[in-house]
Design a protein around this ligand. Structure first.
Ligand code: C5P
Length: 297
């Protein structure tokens, strides 16, 4: 199993895992414009990596490899997270961060938030800041709604706008086929389109609460509910079609992760099963897909 931190001769390598939402319920819209969530998030073994090294000059130098379309400017969440750490400690740390991007962007897999969390954890380790968990969470919440989940985990029940974390004591071991349509969604636009279904929320809330009392994430995942699907599908009807086509293959239920565009299907961990399902989806639907597992940290 790959570890999160790996010392290198030139510095420190930090892995930033992606996540999927095993369940996502929206409890309603808040006065501050955000949506109140009840979501179970699980890290998966698909990683970006961040290499922390001492730079030749002052300040933060960010280099990106992999996905070319990613900006290395101040809007990159790595910069935002580094600035939040510096504001907290009251000084700047000169650092060169090389981000190797493998997690698709705009896919609902939390890549940007995970990179931000890895920046906070990486700076804490690289510069030996010894910041307590409480401070890390305070910095994370200011950077983005999903960042705090990535500071802990590997599987948590997240509420509030997603930043209030309660870790699940029992790990749910799973394997999933992750479908990666060539399409980026905007989280903001998906939430803007969201129309609340109070009856659905009430029904699913009770079911989820019962499963969580027993830390039974397998049953929670079998609910296959993401209340952002209707608004995401209204913006991107091709995703709804993709879900229906894959479900018609009889391999199981397909669920959207976060605000999309990635969809996943839980499969059996028996040898060969995932490979078979993946080949069927690729050949019959023509969608890019990969097999992922739950991550253990
Ligand atoms: O916090 P983050 O930057 O990840 O959220 C992106 C956008 O998604 C927010 O600006 C907000 O419009 C929307 N959002 C929301 N409710 C949440 C999380 C995000 O409405 N719980």
């Amino acid at each position: 199993m790959q570890k999160q931190f790996e010392p290198k001769s030139s510095g420190l390598l930090v892995r930033a895992p992606a996540k999927i939402n095993l369940v996502l319920l929206v409890a309603g819209k808040r006065d501050d414009g955000y949506h109140e969530l009840e979501t179970v998030m699980a890290k998966i073994d698909l990683f970006d990596t961040l290499l922390f090294e001492s730079p030749p000059g002052p300040g933060v130098e960010l280099l990106c490899r992999g996905k070319a379309e990613l900006s290395t400017g101040p809007d990159n969440l790595v910069h935002k997270a580094a600035r939040a750490v510096f504001a907290h400690i009251g000084r700047e740390i000169p650092v060169r961060i090389t981000l190797n991007k493998r997690i698709p962007l705009g896919a609902g897999l939390g890549g940007g938030s995970s990179d931000a969390a890895a920046t906070i954890l990486g700076l804490n380790e690289f510069a030996k800041l010894a910041l307590p968990t409480e401070s890390l969470l305070q910095i994370g919440a200011a950077v983005g709604s999903d960042v705090n989940f990535f500071l802990g985990g590997p599987q948590s029940f997240c509420t509030g706008r997603g930043e209030t974390i309660s870790e699940i004591p029992k790990i749910f071991f799973f394997r999933a086929i992750l479908m990666l349509p060539k399409l980026n969604t905007s989280t903001k636009m998906v939430y803007e389109r969201y129309v609340h279904d109070a009856a659905q929320y009430a029904r699913q809330h009770d079911r989820l609460a019962a499963f969580l009392r027993r830390s039974d994430l397998e049953s929670a995942a079998q609910m296959a509910v993401n209340m952002l699907e209707p608004s995401c599908f209204a913006l991107h009807p091709e995703l709804e079609k993709l879900k229906a086509s894959v479900e018609s293959l009889g391999l199981g239920r397909v669920t959207l992760s976060g605000s999309g565009s990635a969809l996943y299907l839980l499969v059996s961990a028996l040898p060969g099963q995932a490979q078979r399902a993946q080949s069927i989806i690729r050949e019959r639907i023509g969608c890019e897909c990969i097999t992922v597992n739950n991550n253990r940290w």
